[in-house]
Design a protein around this ligand. Structure first.
Ligand code: NAD
Ligand code: 89V
Length: 339
């Protein structure tokens, strides 16, 4: 049976989500909503979706849906997630799930009380090269990981398409570092401690554009370093570079999606490039492929009744890292995440 969804927020990133939904079998976005009429009509025309609303409550009252895909920015997430839960609908919510931990916890509680699934659209761990790193570790290729580095350093102009990123008091950890911290958790296991330093290099923006974070994962350690102030000869946006040292070998994911695996059996060079989907465009194709992957995962979870990998409950752990990073940067002290 066809799964029916309604999407709220027809802005910049929702275009990727709508392309991905159109490419996934067995699911259809039957209605869309944006309070900006021009954006609503443009997305409706582009994707051939006739049922259009400027008010989310009206959409949920009028349509028969199985789930809602919320593609708005963080301040609107809680009222929209709670609205969907009141209607007994499954919910996908974009990252950052919330700015305040209390709002994130309330959304998780509301969906649990309503008995509806909730997935945070935390797509970076679904990138093909990141999945490849995790697979190699699971296969025992490098033994037990004891050190990781997850590095996103770029000078790409993200502000032209997402002007709100230049305006907030917080920037890189909340918007991008949140993905990198989630990747660190995905590869190394949950974090037990965190220390962070931040800098603002670009004077034209309000928030921090550089963050350097030291994580403990039990006995293992990792470094998450992010920058939008880094001018390189070849602009790597939006690649995350990865280093993992294990007891019997190493993994390196380098510029150009080159994966080098060294272990007792020798050294292998692999091409971990993402597929360029028919609707995708470089350099965004890595992110776009992961959008299709996470949305396919959601459909699988709805059909099987399994909890999504990045459920609301799971994402609280990533959000606690974001919260701890800002606290550590302002106090200069490390934060114990075991409590
Ligand atoms: P945007 O401002 O371009 O789009 C948001 C849209 O939501 C706007 O058109 C706005 O009118 C609409 N909207 C807001 N509140 C609404 C409401 N209550 N009802 C109906 N419509 C409403 O923002 P964006 O750049 O598309 O970002 C959206 C979210 O996606 C952000 O949280 C951002 O962090 C996230 N994002 C994620 C990725 C990723 O890879 N996962 C990449 C980029 C952006
Ligand atoms: O993925 C994101 O959340 C985006 C970007 C890659 C530009 O940081 O906002």
């Amino acid at each position: 049976m066809m799964i029916k969804g309604g999407l709220i927020g027809c802005g910049f990133f929702a275009q990727n989500q709508l392309h991905a939904w159109a490419a996934i079998e067995g699911v259809e976005i039957v209605a869309i909503c944006d309070r900006d009429e021009a954006r609503l009509q443009a997305s409706g025309e582009r994707f051939g979706i006739a049922r259009r609303y400027t008010d989310a409550a009206r959409m949920l009252e009028s349509e028969e849906l199985d789930f809602v895909d919320i593609a708005t920015t963080a301040p609107t997430h809680r009222p929209l997630v709670e609205l969907a839960a009141r209607h007994g609908l499954g919910v996908i919510c974009q990252k950052p799930f919330a700015v305040e931990m209390a709002d994130a916890e309330a959304m998780v509680a509301a969906c649990a009380a309503a008995g509806v699934p909730l997935m945070v659209h935390e797509n970076f761990r679904w990138q093909a090269p990141i999945q490849a790193v995790r697979r190699l570790i699971d296969e025992g290729t490098i033994g037990q990981p004891f050190f990781g580095r997850f590095s996103f350093r770029s000078g790409f102009d993200v502000f032209s398409r997402q002007p709100y990123l230049a305006e907030g008091e917080r920037f890189i950890i909340e918007d991008l570092g949140i993905h990198t911290l989630d990747i660190a958790r995905f590869v190394m296991g949950d974090a037990t401690s965190l220390a962070c330093r931040i800098q603002r290099v670009n004077p034209a923006i309000r928030g921090e554009d550089v963050a350097t974070i030291l994580l403990g994962h039990g006995e293992a350690s990792s470094v998450v370093d992010c920058s939008y102030a880094t001018r390189l000869p070849v602009e790597p946006f939006p690649q995350t570079m990865v280093e993992v040292d294990g007891t019997t070998g190493t993994i390196r994911l380098s510029e150009g999606y080159r994966l080098t695996v060294h272990g007792p059996g020798g050294t292998r060079e692999l091409d971990a490039s993402p597929v360029l989907l028919p609707w995708a465009e470089r350099p965004w194709h890595n992110i776009q492929e992961s959008v299709q992957a996470i949305q396919s995962h959601w459909v699988d979870c709805l059909r099987s009744g399994r909890e999504p990998q990045t459920s609301g409950r799971d994402n609280l752990k990533t959000l606690r890292m974001v919260d701890a990073a800002y606290r550590s940067a302002s106090t200069g002290s490390a934060v114990d995440l075991r409590a």
